[in-house]
Design a protein around this ligand. Sequence first.
Ligand code: MF3
Ligand code: CO
Ligand code: CO
Length: 224
Amino acid sequence: PGVSLEDIDEKCLDLTLDARAEPAPLNYRGFPRSVCTSVNEVVCHGIPDQYVLQDGDIINIDVTCRLNGYYGDTSYTFLCGEVDPDSKKLVSDCKEALYLGINEVKPTAFIGNIGYAIQTFAEKLGYGVVREYTGHGTGVEFHEYPSIPHIGQKNKGLEILENMIFTIEPMLNMGTHETCLDPFDTWTVRTKDLKRSAQFEHTLLVTKNGVEVLTDHDLLWHNK
Ligand code: MF3
Ligand code: CO
Ligand code: CO
């Protein structure tokens, strides 16, 4: 509480430049900042502004760096101060949904298994799973083929192969899965019913027998 979204953007830019990396969002298709900050009913792509975080907010910080020509993309939803129990549960369930998706990643399984695992878990708990924004391949471009939906069916979609690199980044909503794009800034995505939304994201490497998480969230705390 008391920190502005611009403060977070500035810190992210400083840390990225210290690491001799580039902040990938900056100027990406006209995005004006170095990081996405999505508070409460904002699903994703929130633009850091002068908003000051309040006790009880939840905030997703989505960081993408480019180093030596390669992208790494990760996000985490943080609890700001004392957060109500339903929001806390949304956030922890969303984190679990990401890991349930990650557990499906291994060679010769299908992309549909990832979305199936996330959707069945989330909908049983009454959440809406966002459909318009998905995980994605990443590597020498920010967003590469293929798209990784967070809803799906078992054994449908592309086959997962060794050495693929892609993200999984489920967005779970307390209410409807439907979203609205802000017509003024053309970036901010909100839930249609303005209920809260959480998101977690990792960049993954498919290994011979499974998966390696390339974006370890614990590393974020080393600079604290
Ligand atoms: N990091 C987001 C993702 O997970 C994309 C943000 S695009 C931006 O795919 F321009 F808003 F930064
Ligand atoms: Co991503
Ligand atoms: Co991201």
